[in-house]
Design a protein. Structure first.
Length: 106
């Protein structure tokens, strides 16, 4: 059984990075943090640009859509309708939080 990585795993791997950061800095940081080979490979697959924060990294990295992004069916439907940047996977598009989640985040 192959191990797949998750957006959360990748974001955790770069939690000590000083943003903004480039792709190479993110890969180096993940290696130093002892991230899995899959997490490092996921970072290798992101576009070579500057990332302002971990959220941008999470949105750029390609992971299993069912991994652990914790989206509800309604949120996934909203992502499909909302569109996103060209070439961006549907499960990575921005979406509004459900009202319940906004309450919990306060």
């Amino acid at each position: 059984m192959s191990h797949t990585t998750s957006a959360r795993e990748v974001v955790d791997a770069v939690k000590d990075v000083d943003f903004p950061a480039g792709k190479d800095e993110l890969i180096d940081a993940a290696r130093k943090a002892g991230a899995s080979r899959e997490a490092v490979a996921a970072l290798r697959g992101i576009p070579p640009e500057q990332y302002a924060n971990r959220e941008e990294v999470a949105r750029s990295v390609r992971v299993d859509p069912d991994s652990d992004l914790g989206t509800s069916p309604a949120q996934r439907a909203e992502q499909a309708r909302a569109g996103g940047r060209p070439g961006q996977s549907q499960h990575l598009r921005d979406m509004p939080k459900p009202p319940v989640q906004e309450e919990l985040d306060r």
